[in-house]
Design a protein around this ligand. Structure first.
Ligand code: NAD
Length: 478
């Protein structure tokens, strides 16, 4: 059951007011497939009102706020998030089906984003440029104005932290469209932002359908920057829609991220990363490591040890804090099961059996050896499925690793320093990890992809450049 909330979850936050929508949608618990509550089905008109509320904030109190005060506000918000970690954890576990420990880590990460961007708000600035005699030239780093944030259901808290957190730090006013499958922590975060003293309209939240509210936000002429995380097809549609208004878009679209295990890899160190980077959040992670490339000399050993780890995993309801929770909905389960059909020609190395429904549980499966061109080795599955691909040489490993449409994250397991350096340079990927995977997901580390994984960078200081624009001022004084 849903805990008592200090706001009505069926309402939208627009211009500082919790507003009832014309229509609602039912939010359900993926662990039980039972209804949790009603949420807003924001209309095109609601989105329009939210954008105007953000414009008013941009042109009003929020737009006048100093960087120091924006930073203080975000720092206060981070503290409030920490004070409410328990309820945020419960909401995310019920809403996303995310095991409690993983949901808690996301809540703590949300606080960390607020702290990081709170601290960074007054430390980003323009430059002076040496120029011709008689001129003084400098640059000003300014907010875009109104930013749109379209967020998926898999990591709502982390994605809101990295995009809305950075956008607010730079002084933008935000309109946030959370996913129709999971929006409770977005609403709770907005309520905390009000408590922290964020002026009305600086953050507006309009839950609703992607094809209605999301599409309306993407095409709205009042939006000056869009941040989108989700599928390639939708990201591409959002970019095309925003193109009509010549609006910059940051796209974070997932991947087929490899871990490369060389003959000299420390397997004891690698094993937890090899498995957990694929199974965290039931594999519904843009940076999930779904391809394990293994030097042929270690193939049997890696397969056996990963199989052992798979068999020790437990799948169950999120509130029972299993290793792996349910998938978000029945559609996602069918999508993953379709990949099981496509894998019929592959050896199944290991399986962690799923409990029967009514929750949207699916087995975790490890397949291989597979050829690099197999559908399981090419397509994003977004479920608890990994595939082992053997290789014989460094060149071949690199070719396989770079041989998909994606390029989000890659990791290299080897003790050879020169090889680490060669691969870090040659891998086509937004992030490369050496003898680890993810480095704990630090908020400080710029994140984003190449190819169909998207473009633009969020997280770290880099996000602050993305959520701002640069003005050049040239003063001629003789
Ligand atoms: P999606 O890309 O359709 O949805 C992501 C967000 O975009 C949601 O808030 C949704 O409401 C919104 N949206 C949907 N259609 C829109 C439109 N026309 N205009 C503007 N916004 C729109 O993802 P999904 O349907 O929830 O999941 C489908 C697949 O996407 C998954 O199986 C997975 O492969 C992938 N996915 C990737 C990520 C990621 O982090 N990269 C996250 C979620 C889903």
């Amino acid at each position: 059951m849903l805990p008592d909330l200090p706001f009505d979850p069926s309402h939208m936050l627009i211009g500082g007011a919790w507003v009832p929508p014309g229509e609602t949608l039912t939010l359900s618990n993926p662990s039980t497939d039972t209804p949790l509550c009603q949420i807003a089905k924001a209309s095109v008109a609601d989105v329009d009102t939210a954008v105007h509320a953000a414009e008013a904030a941009r042109d009003g109190v929020w737009g006048q706020e100093t960087a120091l005060e924006r930073g203080r506000l975000l720092t206060r918000l981070g503290q409030l998030v920490l004070e409410h970690v328990d309820i945020l954890t419960t909401l995310e576990a019920l809403d996303v089906g995310k095991p409690v420990t993983q949901a808690r880590a996301d809540a703590v990460a949300l606080a960390r984003y607020c702290e990081f961007y709170g601290g960074a708000a007054d430390k980003i600035h323009g430059a002076t440029i040496p120029y011709m005699d008689g001129y003084t030239v400098y640059t000003l780093r300014e907010p875009h104005g109104v930013t749109g944030h379209i967020v998926p259901w898999n990591y709502p808290m982390q994605i809101i932290g990295r995009s809305v957190g950075a956008a607010l730090a730079m002084g933008n006013a935000c309109v946030l469209k959370p996913a129709e499958d999971a929006c409770l922590t977005a609403l709770f975060f907005a309520w905390l932002a009000q408590k922290a003293g964020l002026p009305d309209g600086a953050l507006n939240v309009v839950p609703g359908l992607g094809r209605e509210a999301g599409a309306a936000l993407a095409v709205h002429p009042g939006i000056q920057h869009l941040s989108f995380t989700g599928s390639v097809a939708t990201g591409s549609a959002v970019q095309i829609a925003a193109g009509a208004n010549v609006v910059p878009v940051t796209l974070e679209l997932g991947g087929k991220s490899p871990q490369i295990v060389f003959e000299d890899a420390d397997l004891d160190a690698a094993l937890p990363f090899l498995v957990n980077a694929g199974l965290q959040n039931a594999g519904q992670t843009c940076s999930a490591s779904s391809r394990i490339l293994v030097h042929r000399s270690r193939l049997a050993e890696v397969a056996e040890r990963m199989a052992e780890a798979y068999r020790a995993k437990r799948i169950g309801a999120a509130m029972e804090d299993p290793d792996i929770g349910p998938l978000i909905n029945a559609r996602q389960r069918s999508r993953v099961e379709a990949f099981f059909d496509k894998a019929k020609d592959l050896p199944l190395i290991a399986e962690c059996v799923a409990p029967d429904g009514p929750g949207h549980f699916v087995a975790a499966r490890l397949y291989g050896p597979a050829l690099p061109g197999h559908a399981l080795a090419q397509d994003e599955i977004f479920g608890p499925v990994q595939v082992i691909i053997p290789f014989d040489s460094e060149d071949e490993a690199l070719k396989i690793a770079n041989g998909t449409e994606y390029g989000l994250v890659a990791s290299v397991w080897t003790e050879k320093g020169a090889r680490q350096m060669r691969l870090a340079k040659a891998l086509r990927s937004g992030q490369v990890f050496i003898n680890n995977y993810g480095a704990g997901g630090g908020v400080e580390l710029p994140f984003g992809g190449v190819g169909k994984s998207g473009h633009g960078r969020e997280k770290g200081f880099e996000a602050l450049y993305g959520f701002s624009t640069l003005k050049t001022v040239a003063a001629r004084h003789g």
